[in-house]
Write a protein that binds this ligand. Structure first.
Ligand code: HEM
Length: 161
């Protein structure tokens, strides 16, 4: 009889709470594990995405950027400098009447347009927009082979002649 009471006490007061506690712990540790796994997976995905972005920037040629530059030029420059850069109320930027050689290098031309143009709002475009327009001017004037990979740090080495 006394043994039976001890067994019931052991079961209810010690064994059942112990089993319940260990079940809870294993649930929460498996949740933590799955959270860690999810975080690790998403960080791998993120780093893959940023690598892809970086390599697509590296893959840009002058020609690819010039295509973007044309749409920006059409919006901000064509009304003054002419639809094809032939000149209008403002000097020609492309073709036989253009005189951009005085800026000496592609870097010199970039500095000029990004600090002085568009005339009514100098410096108002993004740096990327100025780079794209620069590429458009360089390609249209045959200052650079169109399929060359663009590298901003090389702009001082591109002579305008
Ligand atoms: C983002 C668009 C534009 C670009 C890339 C651009 C580019 C240029 C460049 C490269 C020159 C130098 C030309 C040379 O020295 O022979 C120039 C000069 C000039 N541009 Fe623009 N331009 C833009 C928009 C405009 C607009 C909208 C106007 C007029 C509202 C304008 C008016 C002028 C004038 C008057 C000059 C002569 C400035 C001077 O000789 O001091 N440009 N532009």
């Amino acid at each position: 009889m006394q043994k039976g009471v001890i067994r019931v006490f052991f079961l209810t007061a010690v064994l059942i709470p112990l089993l319940t506690l260990s079940a809870c712990n294993s649930t929460s540790s498996s949740t933590a594990l799955s959270q860690t796994t999810t975080a690790a997976t998403s960080s791998i995905i993120n780093s893959t995405v940023s690598t892809a972005t970086a390599s697509s920037t590296l893959a840009n040629t002058f020609n690819a950027m010039a295509t973007l530059g044309k749409t920006i030029y059409d919006k901000y420059g064509a009304s003054s400098h002419g639809q094809n850069g032939q000149g209008g109320s403002s000097p020609a930027l492309m073709g036989s009447h253009a005189t951009l050689t005085k800026y000496n290098t592609a870097q010199g031309l970039l500095t000029y347009i990004s600090t002085n143009m568009p005339l009514e709002a100098p410096g108002s475009l993004s740096h990327q927009d100025y780079l794209d327009i620069l590429c458009y001017l360089l390609v249209q004037n045959n200052y650079v082979p169109a399929d060359t990979v663009f590298n901003e740090s090389q702009l001082s080495n591109i002579t305008l002649k």
